[in-house]
Design a protein. Structure first.
Length: 306
């Protein structure tokens, strides 16, 4: 009997997130032409075994070290067999019937195949809780010095106002599907970030490799958002501070790179430190200073905060 070709590889990372990961797996479609890959990023408990026992159809990849968002996804890429790689945060879910969910995958793949120049596509992303407003309907470009942009439609009630597909400069890491050939040409996700901004950098790598990134609202993914790191935490503050500087260093050229780094350190960094001290948040102020210091020292490693 001929083996069925794998078209879709759904890749997600688990790190101390068993409940969310199981909810995601329960929401995913199943089929002979698709595979689900869970990368366990060295969870504190043996969550990998629990997932493997509960979901025998899932391919479990274990890492003895927390490799971060990019490193974990790169392990998933190496294990995947699909023509299309669908990266989903473990705190996202798909909704609808099994056939409707399979249709979502076909719709995203159809967008990728609509042009040889399209290398990645993101669905509409809405928040899971509350009245489920829009989180992502594409991104605006980053400003050259401040490296700021916005997610189109963020916080708005979905009335279909963003139901037109369009190119976007950056993918959203919570839900993105890529052609395997585009990933192979652009290269793997940059692992130097560990957490935050890696999908922005990866998007830039895809664009430099000659591909476009599209937003396609034909399907929607629901995102619980920051269940692991929290909405505001020293961990998030540290990586956002360090990684904005790293993004400028890796993707800007003289003199824009130097101006952007100077702005991030002297204006944004000082502002954040003073703001956190005024609000009696010394841990957040320390995380800001640590992010700047580690960037200047060239340290690209995991940082832990109590």
């Amino acid at each position: 009997m001929a083996l069925v070709e794998i078209n879709y590889s759904i890749i997600t990372i688990n790190y101390n997130g068993l409940s969310d990961t199981c909810a995601l797996i329960d929401s995913l479609p199943m089929g002979d032409d698709m595979e689900t890959i869970v990368v366990d990023n060295a969870s504190h408990a043996d969550e990998a075994t629990l997932i493997e026992q509960r979901y025998p159809h899932v391919q479990l990849v274990r890492s003895d070290k927390n490799l971060g968002f990019a490193g974990g996804n790169n392990l998933g890429i190496r294990a995947a067999h699909g023509k299309y790689l669908f990266f989903l945060n473990n705190d996202t879910v798909m909704e609808g019937t099994d056939e409707e969910k399979r249709h979502v995958l076909r719709q995203l793949a159809a967008r990728l195949e609509s042009s040889a120049s399209i290398g990645m596509v993101c669905p509409k992303i809405r928040f899971f809780h509350g009245n489920r407003p829009i989180q992502y309907a594409g991104f605006t470009p980053l400003t050259s010095i401040t490296l700021r942009n916005r997610s189109i439609g963020y916080g708005e009630t979905d009335h279909g106002q963003y139901d037109t597909p369009h190119p976007t400069p950056y993918a959203h890491g919570a839900a993105m599907m890529a052609k395997r050939e585009a990933v192979e040409k652009a290269g793997p996700m940059p692992e130097c970030y560990f957490l935050y901004y890696e999908e922005i950098d990866w998007s830039m790598m895809l664009l430099r490799a000659g591909y476009e990134i599209w937003y396609d609202p034909a399907c929607t993914i629901f995102h619980k958002e920051s269940q692991t790191t929290g909405q505001a935490s020293p961990l998030k503050q540290y990586y956002n501070t360090r990684n904005r500087l790293l993004l400028a260093k890796r993707n800007k050229h003289f003199p824009t790179k130097q101006l952007s780094e100077l702005y991030q350190i002297t204006i944004v960094g000082l502002r954040d430190v003073l703001r956190h001290l005024l609000h009696r948040q010394p841990a957040m102020a320390k995380a800001t200073l640590s992010g700047i210091a580690d960037f200047l020292k060239g340290k690209q490693r995991e940082r832990r905060f109590n």
